[in-house]
Design a protein around this ligand. Sequence first.
Ligand code: FEO
Length: 164
Amino acid sequence: MALKKEVLDVLNRQIEKEFDASVTYLGMYVYFEKELFKGFADWFKKQTSEERTHAQKFIEYILDRGEVPTIPATKSPRNSFKSVLEAMKAALAHEQANTAGIYECLKVAQQASDPATAEMLQWFVKEQVEEEKWAGEYVEMVEKIASSIGGLWMFDHRVGKKGE
Ligand code: FEO
């Protein structure tokens, strides 16, 4: 059964959000590398690839349904932040926006009586729980230790180990 236009449109918007997250995290990777927070840099290098994979999953799904996905133009991301905390808060905001986007996709799929799309989106619903978890925890931890460079270095090291 063909994808309804409203479902195709909302999935295309989500492709844009996933690419936007990928490019945003690439900018954060650059920022953390420059600041010599190697653990955070490695983490965001991994996240930029993950987000690109997410965009690709939507692209492949739309193609599987016999439609043509729209590849968005990429915007130049920020590669400079006032602080580690500002960068982590921006990452959390991106994840929350992506979750809202996935929920919107699900709502449109359900309203369009499209069980295949709703089923495909379940992977993303679960994934966003994990994504908001790490981003929320990083903000919380950095808020606790923001005034301690030693604490930030230790947390950076721990995050680097996690990303290995
Ligand atoms: Fe693909 Fe982290 O949202």
